[in-house]
Write a protein that binds this ligand. Sequence first.
Ligand SMILES: [Zn+2]
Length: 273
Amino acid sequence: MFEGNVRLISMLGVLTVIVIASLMLDYFHILRRPVRISMGIALLAMGAGAVLTLGAVLPDNHFYGQVCAQVQTKHKVVALTFDDGPYSPYTEQILDILQERNVPATFFLVGSNAAKHPQLVKRIVDEGHQIGNHTYTHVDLLKLDRAQAIEEIDRTNAVLKSEVGFVPHVARPPHGFRDPAIMDVMASRGLSVVEWSVMSKDWTNPGEEAIVERTINKVKNGSIVLLHDGDGIAAKADRSQTVAATRKIIEKLQAQGYRFVTVDEILKSREAK
Ligand SMILES: [Zn+2]
């Protein structure tokens, strides 16, 4: 539907010009009869802007191409995903809990954090977890040009390759934001875009109980849960609420009969339509 170099910002720019021009025509009573055509065009352009923006920011929207936010399955499987790490000591604490409960998870790693903590990246992989690319500096990719976006992805892949010997085949753009050019960049690197269906806003540190409740209440078969072991590249925020909540989320969902799997495995459990 879109060319691979189309940017959201360019499309919104064109629509803004159309809206302003149409409103001016309407203001000067041009194209007002028999109906207010220019006002109609302005409204259509605003609606198109809303559709284009929602396609970029909603995690389960496929407007710019296929993303994975959850899967349809009759199996009681759920995938935990941890973003923004590695970030000591929280990544280690989460790995300890996952190991204790024999739970595999998926870590979307920030390249610059991975460069600082090679031993943690190795531990994540050695303990059977999946890794994904979450850019090098955790920047909003919609604000970068295509070459800069490619650099964010490639630098991260290069760090991960040097540390664990392979590059991931899944990526999560920071905040989940993407547009046609970003989807094209991901595809050119063999990366599937993985979003999420359950989010507790754990990064705001709303309290351990809130993180647990919000997660448990929304989980269903095939859910992908968004959590954070890291804090962008700032690495300042405390993640102990997420650590404590992770333990409880695992205990409660296991008690309900859920089985935890990696993103790759949850994709395999997807039912044929
Ligand atoms: Zn992130």
